[in-house]
Design a protein around this ligand. Structure first.
Ligand SMILES: Cc1ncc(COP(=O)(O)O)c(C=O)c1O
Length: 373
């Protein structure tokens, strides 16, 4: 039996796809701490005080002994911040996506999923018994074709990301909201990589486009721009009540500690107040992208802090990654199955914690690399 497992790992290694745990060395361009808040003293101190006051853990699922006034107060505060009727904290974005997708997709439901949606949305579907329709990335036309083919009375859920985690491009959310209304579907937006960065005060793409009343459900993760951990689903009271009753990852899991929820709230306060963080991330990433595109690199349709540098094969991507590592830059080599075959790339995340000089040096080295080919 163990030999079968060993063979599977050996096969991955042969394909250059074996994953291992590495610690960043040099200047890190792989992390999601977009606003540079992961080591923010005010957030850490507020969380530490809350841990000391309330304990390090919680006592069970929110439905069985693990509920706490702090969660309810912070959910009300978060819902107010986002401008929705209700909010529900989950342990992380992965578990929130499992919960939402599997809760809504029973055997009569249809899930319409952008081809590049995150693994957690697909894993939520794997737990469900609905019918999956994957449409072309960022293509309202392809989504409409799929919607048209389904009965008008059938339950339909459209799931998209606001900013795509491996491409850094932005979803055509207004078009999706129009289609959701036209075909009587629910629209779910995963704002994992847009919250904190886009929109007024960093309230995400939904707020940037004024779609608060047209998006039915959305996800914020606190482990990315907010530098903490955990996640929250926003929506109407009806939909949140439904999740409390049907989202298995919410029902059957111990709640996060109240201190972690306090950290979420503090991080949102700091991120909202410190406009300079999101402004500098967007400005630095636009400069970086423009310079490397002028040098001949393909950055797909990226418009955000996530800058893919398309190299095509796994070998070419690893070679470029190793070249940069030697010069002191730690970048992420993104390979299948995370991205489709033939689209391996470096994923370079620009954050507010980066110094402009470091980004300039990275740019120069990438240009040196492309000139040496
Ligand atoms: C688009 C998207 N949704 C959800 C998640 C999961 O969030 P978390 O890291 O909080 O589990 C991720 C994380 O990589 C993501 O990229």
């Amino acid at each position: 039996m163990l030999q079968i497992i060993a063979n599977k790992l050996a096969e991955k290694q042969k394909q250059g796809l074996l994953r291992s745990l590495n610690r960043p060395v040099g200047i890190d361009f792989t992390n999601n701490d977009y606003l540079g808040l992961a080591n923010h003293f005010e957030i850490a101190k507020t969380a530490a005080d809350a841990y000391i006051k309330n304990g390090a853990g919680s006592k069970g699922s929110r439905l069985l002994g693990g509920n706490n006034k702090i969660f309810e107060e912070i959910e009300t505060w978060l819902a107010n911040w986002k401008g929705t009727e209700a909010a529900l904290i989950f342990n992380c974005g992965y578990s929130a996506n499992l919960g939402v997708i599997s809760a809504f997709c029973d055997s009569k439901a249809h899930l319409f999923c952008d081809r590049l949606n995150h693994a957690s949305i697909l894993d939520g579907y794997a737990m469900s018994s609905g019918k999956l329709h994957r449409f072309k990335h960022n293509s309202p036309e392809d989504l409409e074709k799929a919607l048209k083919a389904v009965g008008t009375e059938d339950f339909k859920l459209i799931a998209v990301e606001a900013v795509y985690s491996m491409d850094g491009d932005i979803a055509p959310l207004k078009e999706y909201a129009n289609l959701a209304e036209k075909y009587n579907a629910l629209l779910y937006v995963d704002e994992a990589h847009s919250d904190g960065i886009l929109g007024p005060g960093g309230k995400g793409l939904t707020a940037q486009l004024g779609l608060e009343n047209r998006v039915h459900l959305s996800l914020t993760t606190f482990g990315k721009a907010y530098g903490t951990m955990g996640a929250c689903i926003f929506g109407s009271k009806l939909l949140i009540d439904y999740l409390i009753n049907h989202a298995r990852s919410f029902i059957y899991s111990t709640a996060i500690s109240p201190g972690a929820a306090v950290a979420m709230q503090k991080a949102v306060e700091v991120a909202t107040r410190d406009n300079f963080r999101r402004e500098s991330v967007l400005k630095m990433s636009a400069n970086f992208r423009q310079k490397i595109q002028e040098a001949g690199f393909d950055c797909l349709q990226s418009e955000t802090q996530i800058v893919p540098v398309m190299l095509g094969t796994v070998e070419k991507t690893q070679k470029c990654r190793d070249f940069l590592l030697e010069k002191g830059f730690y970048t992420a080599c993104i390979r299948p199955p995370t991205v489709p075959n033939g689209t391996s790339r470096l994923r370079i995340n620009i954050t507010a914690a980066h110094k402009e000089k470091a980004i300039e040096n990275l740019t120069e080295n990438l240009i040196l690399y492309i000139q040496s080919l």
